[in-house]
Design a protein around this ligand. Structure first.
Ligand code: ATP
Length: 331
């Protein structure tokens, strides 16, 4: 069995459903073997983009290449892609081995070859001992491994993940995303991951494309998107930053006027407590262990503040802004 990732290239891909433009001229290139996420709010066109790469939808315009081969005219079954769905879509009445063998039987591989391939992929995901176990008795993390084993069994060059972790609880979600990332690293296939969870996208991805209303608004490493968002939308969606829309408020907090068509973006951790700062009213607090998030109001305008450890237990605090960015206002 040979596994290798290929580049995925989208050039000006468009897709409409009736009057609705779901994907509006999307272009990007995913390097071979890397982990790339599409991140954006519900309805922005992430799944449609993924489904066009898988071959479940056909673009109205544009091209999709895997390696240097255009795949838009190929049916899903002939593309070098495999998909891992939300909830994994494993067959509950089958064993682990039967689930992994399914796609191979559909492709009419010889029985002995199927058996050998199933063993090999189960070994890769460290699930050999579970070959004869019925799927319902597995943990969420183990099901994730089986779903991945089933996907890689057909020797794809690209794995497509459609919000695979969205129905898990928070703790399991964090654990399985670590496992998934490690497995992906070991296996080395190009991975495209769709999510609306910015933390998940940042934690797992080599690169993230932020989508909005059918378009990609910014592509980059998670660190760059977080530190250097190019628009107010990216700053607020990906970084949860405060967007100062009121000019007088901006001047008071930063000493700077945003300028025409622009706003100031201030990350919650860049609002600090300072004795000579502005008085703000605390209207909500969330202790998260390593940080406390405070919802405050300054002159009636809401701001989010993130302070290390515990925050003072008072209804008023004094705050100052340590860092901010001027960004175009696309909200
Ligand atoms: P979500 O996270 O909610 O799945 P998404 O970003 O993946 O959102 P898409 O599922 O790609 O978004 O949908 C983009 C837009 O296209 C939405 O307005 C959706 O209602 C519409 N859409 C998607 N598939 C179809 C279809 N088969 N027929 C009609 N409209 C569709």
């Amino acid at each position: 069995m040979s596994l290798h990732g290929e580049t995925v290239t989208l050039n000006g891909v468009r897709k409409s459903f009736g009057d609705l433009t779901a994907v509006d001229g999307v272009s990007f290139k995913i390097p071979a073997g890397s982990f790339f996420s599409l991140l954006g709010p519900s309805g922005c066109g992430k799944s449609t983009t993924l489904r066009m790469i898988a071959g479940f939808e056909r673009p109205d315009e544009g091209d999709i290449l895997i390696g240097d081969r255009s795949v838009v005219t190929l049916p899903a079954s002939r593309r070098p892609t495999a998909m891992v769905f939300q909830n994994y879509a494993l067959f509950p009445h089958m064993t682990v081995g039967q689930n992994v063998a399914y796609g191979l039987n559909v492709r009419r591989l010889k029985k002995d070859d199927v058996r050998a391939r199933v063993r090999e992929v189960l070994e890769r995901v460290d699930m050999t001992a579970f070959e004869d176990t019925p799927v319902p008795s597995l943990s969420g993390g183990q099901q994730q491994r089986v779903a991945l084993a089933r996907a890689i069994a057909v020797e794809p060059q690209v794995i497509l993940f459609d919000e695979p972790l969205s129905n898990l609880d928070v703790a399991l979600r964090q654990q399985t995303r670590k496992e998934l990332k490690t497995l992906q690293n070991d296996i080395g296939l190009t991975s495209l991951y769709v999510t609306h969870d910015q933390e998940e996208a940042m934690a797992m991805s080599d690169q993230v494309a932020v989508m909005r209303a059918g378009r990609v608004v910014q592509i980059g490493k998670p660190e760059i998107l977080y530190m250097e968002p190019e628009t107010a939308f990216v700053a607020s969606f990906l970084g949860g930053a405060n967007i100062l829309v009121d000019a007088a408020h901006s001047v008071k907090l930063t000493g700077v006027e945003p300028g025409k068509g622009r706003v100031l973006s201030v990350r919650a951790e860049d609002v600090v407590l300072r004795n000579d700062g502005h008085v703000a009213l605390v209207v909500g607090r969330q202790f998260l262990g390593h940080v406390t998030e405070l919802d405050v109001e300054l002159d009636g305008i809401p701001l989010r503040v993130r302070v290390p450890g515990m925050a003072p237990d008072s209804t008023e605090i004094r705050i100052a802004v340590e860092a901010f960015r001027s960004v175009p206002n696309d909200l």
